[in-house]
Design a protein around this ligand. Sequence first.
Ligand SMILES: Cc1ncc(COP(=O)(O)O)c(C=O)c1O
Length: 381
Amino acid sequence: MERVYFDHNATTPVDDKVLEAMLPYLREQFGNASSRHEFGTVARRAVDRARQQVGALVNAQPSQVIFVSGGTEANNLFIKGAAGYLRPSQVAVSAIEHPCIAKPAQELARQGWKVRKLAVTRDGQMELADVDAAVREPTGIVSVMLVNNETGVVLDVAAVAARARAAKACMHTDAVQALGKIAVDFPSLGVHAMTISAHKIYGPKGAAALVMDKRLQLRPIIHGGGHEQGLRSGTENVAAIVGFGAACELAGGRMQRLAQQLEAIRARLERGLREMGAVIFGEAAPRVANTSYFAFKGIVGETLVIELDKAGYAVAPGAACSSANPEPSATLLAMGVDPELAHGAVRFSLGAGNSMEQVDAFLRTLKTVVTRLRSLTAMAV
Ligand SMILES: Cc1ncc(COP(=O)(O)O)c(C=O)c1O
């Protein structure tokens, strides 16, 4: 059975060009980038080049790019690192953040911080009036994601950043799901720091970056030899960092074309979904082109995901990064979606390797599965 992957917001396959760029650094060019001999110099040059490539994709200086192991680490570095230099006040994060922002923010409560969840609208966009209300209180840290990993909705980070800066707060955005899908321009977002990750853009797992305003003071969370300007000690994962750089270059070159192609495929998918009676979340808001988040009333998302997997299709239930968690998606609850409908949520995320034909075949399978599950539910009541 051919297996078809529609879960690119969870992770993407490493592109052949990226792998080719990485391989020498796993083989003959294996040096430690901190070593003073030629092996080390070769590795250091490769890391420097990747820093330029990553910076170029987001319009930042190479020196603003701090390499870390993953988006999770970058988000932790920002929240904990910023708190390390501030007196406890309020930390405000959107109600739809990934757990690797929501949980570190929650952790700050132990140190006396007040944690505030910023409201979103029914379409999954920021409720700016709630941001205004939040920053009336002394606020040290604000973090709002650029694109939500479940709905694909693009949030108005620049508007939040303007308010956060006026309130003298440190402002961060998690742009992990935006990179490679829409243009991400670090300076025009107006944030102090931004998280991006390689494995969501056809790069390898194990490399990511916190892009930051050099005036931002962060206390490191990993201490040691002082790598990455003292902010992230530990021998650089040279091959993965090289892969991240190559993936950024690839993304920059094909982003517009890819988005157009995926938008057309998603339109076809969503036409089919609507015909079958699905509810599509966030569809009235600006969304990245590859994501569709939907539910069929009365059908549990997990069940649908398992049935589709048996038929060879990989899609994700509710909150993808925490599939082990049976709670309905916090994002959908924050958007005011009925919890029962939220239990039905399935995320479909396209990537560069997908085609119209795959989506047509998927829709045929989905129709069969949904019809069967509906008849089972009808029998049960
Ligand atoms: C919005 C968002 N932020 C952060 C992460 C975590 O990134 P990483 O897997 O690189 O740790 C993810 C992963 O799914 C994500 O979707």
